[in-house]
Design a protein around this ligand. Sequence first.
Ligand code: NAD
Ligand code: TDX
Length: 344
Amino acid sequence: MKILVTGGAGFIGSNFIRFWLHRHPKDEIINFDKLTYAGNLANLKEVADSPHYHFVKGDITNPQEVRKAMEGVDWVVHFAAESHVDRSLEDPTVFIDTNIKGTYVLLKAALELGVKRFHHISTDEVYGALPLEGEEKFNEKTSYHPRSPYSASKAAADHFVLAFYHSFGLPVTITNCSNNYGPYQHPEKFIPRMITNLILGKKIPIYGDGRYVRDWLYVEDHCRAIELVLTEGKIGEVYCVGGKEKDVTNLQLAKMILKIFGRKEEEWLEFVPDRPGHDRRYAVDWRKINQELGWQPQYSLEEGLQKTVAWYQENEWWWRDTKKETEKFYQRLTERRKSNVKNN
Ligand code: NAD
Ligand code: TDX
């Protein structure tokens, strides 16, 4: 099997490549990645010398580069995207180019080249926000209500993927997954930001009142879900993927991490201006993939966080430089948010 993975130098894509080559050592993977600020080939150092792994630097919005890389490929697994909500609030342009146009360019090439499976990695954020108090969860039938430029761009991409299935018969599948965490996640995202701040002796920045809820999934559990959908999933179907624990607020999550570090919560939390349009609660109902394909998450949040903290503690070389750049971005963002609060 020859698989083209887009965005394989990013967080989930690189975890997926290592996972796949470990479990399917005879397969061949082509990692097609533009190496934006979020892409890092160091994520793949363990497989870099494998004859079953090839890296191609390229942009998914470029039809020629895409066609060349996709020639002779059996499956496409599409991770490449701009993935950070806060960046999409600063400037949505690149989100429209990469997430919408890039997905369209890939779909078109996949159809022309007769790719046997196009698997699209999407997010639970396309469904919008749930009320804080309530039992409701997102499932495959929930209607789309994206609320940030990031989620709007992912929603548009999802619609194009399904349009290529219904209109042209491209064999597609989609997974809509909740918040991932684990090794190699960029320190701009909440969990690695908290961990790296604490390692550096800095406080955890909590947006708004901290009573925001995300559905946390350890990245390896996500990789297993994608594997099952690729090998046993039904063409044209969408599968929601989520974590074990529901309704953990950002404040509770921060306290779990502080507990791992053995630090006192009142000294290490800092409330900072909120993200505009901040989605209150996400919760994913993953019964379909459980009942049809037998998937369920294996890691509890506690276990996953322990492993993740240990990884960041042991791999400071990986995040130290990136962290400096990221915190410059956050400094500008926080100043802007503070002045917006003052002016309103
Ligand atoms: P990431 O930001 O860590 O990595 C994205 C990768 O895509 C990078 O390697 C980057 O260089 C590459 N890329 C960006 N633009 C490109 C372009 N134009 N051409 C080629 N490559 C390009 O993202 P991630 O967190 O690993 O997310 C991967 C996918 O999973 C995304 O589609 C995201 O929407 C989705 N997703 C992420 C999460 C999460 O919690 N991280 C949850 C659900 C879904
Ligand atoms: O410093 C912070 N303080 C804080 O309170 C940061 C960076 C975040 N937060 C909050 C905002 C969210 O409620 O933590 C929560 C998680 O934030 P992010 O890590 O930015 O993730 P989120 O916005 O939920 O989106 C993520 O999950 C879904 C990924 O970035 C997306 O790519 C994925 O689709």
